[in-house]
Design a protein around this ligand. Structure first.
Ligand code: ATP
Length: 355
């Protein structure tokens, strides 16, 4: 038996009566609702204001019911309705972002996965402690600009959605940087970006064993980032700046990628280290997570970020990916979440996957 998370007092209901899978109507909700339906769960979409019409175009990805709030920040006042629906909340990037990490963590409604992870991944310092102590390679960090010996990226704390970054090709150009808040100076890693979609199940038997469970690789993508992805066409960052444009990394879409097969052992090793260390630090990460890194020409995978929940890049693979097809047919990340909840209920082990 693995580690019990700290389930909310009302979670026993989920074992007694069929739960409803609930998430916020955005981000990766279509595949979460589709996965819930495919595995026989009821689903509930949380929306702001009028019911979103776009679900009418996707009948298989439409939730069975909606809960409309005036503003997402009002959700803590509506938890009774969620608990009456026997809801399990599935966190995704927008859900946590719109409600706020602290408020989300404090919601007295059962959440899929270990909510303690939010405190570790939403704080860049704690995230670095976690990953480095796991033995994962990260971009070098410079405490003082005088240490800089190559291209760097400057990130503000809490900078979200890729805005507000500063790129400098060397120490000299870093002098042009004028800080407007707390920030970190990081090695700008030259290489190819990969966003690797893992799922960790603490209760599955077989497969690639990590802790008491198994680690699955369900897909991989690269993000299209405007306007920086056009940089190579212009030849140099200065060209953008000459045109009066500050480079941004705002995500505009996703493209599927596969990794050279000989590099798979390395990314599995990284995924396994991150999970193993999470178990030691805070009781373990459960369910989907994404390792975001850059493969250098020396074939070293340097991780600049981890997202400890379903990422929007998984939307590419609602009917499966080159990797998930080798796990089970028609397996999206949304469906994998529903399967995990189903298995945990059957085994009487919900306490290990819900917090
Ligand atoms: P989000 O909230 O969207 O995840 P963020 O503000 O947390 O973004 P990061 O994910 O750390 O920022 O970085 C955004 C983008 O910047 C990455 O997708 C990548 O393209 C680029 N990037 C980040 N760190 C590095 C690095 N060390 N070297 C090269 N590129 C980097």
């Amino acid at each position: 038996m693995g580690i019990e998370l700290s389930p909310p007092s009302n979670y026993q209901r989920l074992a007694d009566a069929p739960p409803t899978i609930a998430t916020l109507c955005s981000h990766s909700s279509l595949q979460i609702f589709h996965g819930a339906r495919t595995e026989g769960f009821q689903s509930l979409g949380i929306c702001q204001g009028p019911l979103p019409r776009f679900y009418e175009a996707f009948p298989l990805g439409r939730p069975d019911r909606f809960l409309s709030v005036d503003r997402y920040s009002d959700l803590p006042g509506r938890v009774d309705e969620l608990n009456r629906a026997n809801a399990i909340l599935v966190p995704h990037g927008s859900f946590v972002e719109y409600i706020g990490p602290e408020k989300f963590q404090a919601l007295p409604v059962p959440v899929f996965g270990n909510r303690a992870v939010i405190g570790w991944e939403s704080d860049r310092e704690k995230e670095r402690v976690w990953l480095e102590s796991a033995g994962v390679r990260m971009p070098e960090r410079f405490v003082d600009p005088s240490e800089v010996d190559g291209p760097v990226i400057v990130k503000y704390y809490g900078a979200k959605g890729g805005k507000g970054f500063f790129l400098a090709k060397n120490r000299e150009s870093l002098r042009e940087f004028r800080a407007t808040g707390p920030h970190v100076i990081q090695e700008y890693v030259l290489g190819t970006r990969y966003y690797v979609h893992f799922f960790y199940s603490p209760i599955s038997q077989g497969g690639y064993r990590v802790g008491h469970g198994s680690l699955e690789l369900l897909g991989m993508d690269r993000r299209d980032e405007a306007n920086i992805d056009e940089l190579y066409k212009l030849g140099a960052q200065e060209e953008l700046l000459k045109a009066g444009i500050r480079p941004t990394f705002v995500v505009t879409g996703n493209v599927p990628v596969v990794l050279r097969e000989s590099l798979l052992p390395q990314v599995f090793d990284v995924g396994a280290r991150i999970v193993t260390r999470s178990i030691e630090l805070f009781g373990g990460m459960v369910g989907p997570f994404c390792v975001e890194g850059i493969m250098t020409e020396e074939l070293v995978f340097k991780v600049f970020e981890i997202s400890s929940r379903i990422v929007a890049g998984t939307n590419l693979f609602i009917s499966g990916s080159s990797y998930s097809d080798l796990v089970r047919p028609d397996l999206s990340m949304g469906r994998r979440i529903a399967q995990e909840l189903k298995l945990a209920r059957e085994l009487g082990r919900l306490g290990e996957v819900v917090s």
